[in-house]
Ligand binder design. Sequence first.
Ligand code: UD1
Length: 423
Amino acid sequence: MTRYIISNPEASRGEPTRLNGTVKVQGAKNAALPLIAAAVLTDKEAVLTNCPDITDVENMLKIYSSLGGVTERRGDTVRLRLEYMRSHEIPSGLAGELRSSVFMLGSVLARSGKAKVAYPGGCDIGLRPIDIHLKALSEMGVKVSDRYGYLLCDAADAHGAEVTLDYPSVGATENVMLLAAGIPGKTVIHNAAREPEIEDLGNFLTAMGAEVLGAGTQVITICGTKERGGVEYRVMPDRIAAGTYLIAAAANGGSVTLKDVRPEHIFSLIGKLRFAGAEIDLYSDSVTISASGRPKAVGVVETGAYPGFPTDLQAPFSVLAAVSEGSTVIVENIFETRFKHVAELTKMGASVKVKGRVAVFEGVKRLTAAKVQAMDLRGGAALITAGLKANGTTVVENGYHIERGYVRPEEVFGSLGAYIIKV
Ligand code: UD1
């Protein structure tokens, strides 16, 4: 059972551990996962560079292998080849580990004409239904039936179509793109999600030979091809990991430079951090943050679809809210139950009231170390950040949640001067 232990030798003087140094940001989890699904579309080699070594990616690669694929990782480069489909089934054990297994639906259907997928797992942060995915795939001619917890899909009559999503779901947009790229005909997705990871998927599919226009906007047009070629592609930088480290620097003080970041992907966060008092310099592919003194409360933060404030940064940001001078209201608009980390922060002395999707923080000067549980991926990262600010030694249990999405956070924070170990 992995746990992170964070201590703070400056605490006796009432100071948090200041963070200082330079970090290269990892490749994006939420881009790498759909790109592995997209690699199913070709029988040629797909090479992903800057592919983060995290357990979600490892599990997605296991699913790829279970379909008949061969994978090889060397550092951050992963080579994938699926010459012959051995199976069209996503094993239930693996699907239970990983919600993104549902993205395999679109590409497995395109490649083999049918798919059997267990209902997906992933973070327990709300209902996370897949009705929007299924409705869109049905509009493209896929027949879906539901047996004993499995979805059975048949794409014998699949065709390009005009699809309008009821909500700009990231996963549903990606699933439709994957199916559309692998079947002949033209598909237009209206009300598509605009997250940068969608643009990354569009670029990857284009590099494989599909025609994709408008990825990253509300209307995406995809013209599929009968065969897709091989591809070598660099996974985009992880905006959520970058945001997590910026928030930690703003909460603790210090001066941190992040390399391999696209500042335009995190503007909604940068605005809030500047309001809180941090100085931030933006360059084309790096960001420097300097902070000192107690952060100022930013008022209201509401999560929203991109380019709004990312729900994935809500938990890390709540640590800043917990220690800022004044009150902060955080409204979670995307997922129903994404405040589980708040109870753990309360054990560390945070003053928070939660009602439904709203959390109200009265900032405290200092947090106190405690034994806390990571309840999900981003909430777990938030607890590490809180530990850096706390008096004494904090233990974050259930570290496996954090390993799903962050590449060796103990090394990243350690290189910035934090006292943190993983055991
Ligand atoms: C993706 C990200 C996740 C991020 C989320 C929102 C990946 C691997 N994960 O998740 O980190 O937090 O986007 O930015 O990229 N919904 C439905 N029916 C559906 C699909 C979604 O009701 O068929 C609801 C969800 O329950 C949720 C909201 O729509 O409340 C957003 O979900 P969606 O955009 O699909 O998120 P994911 O793709 O699961």
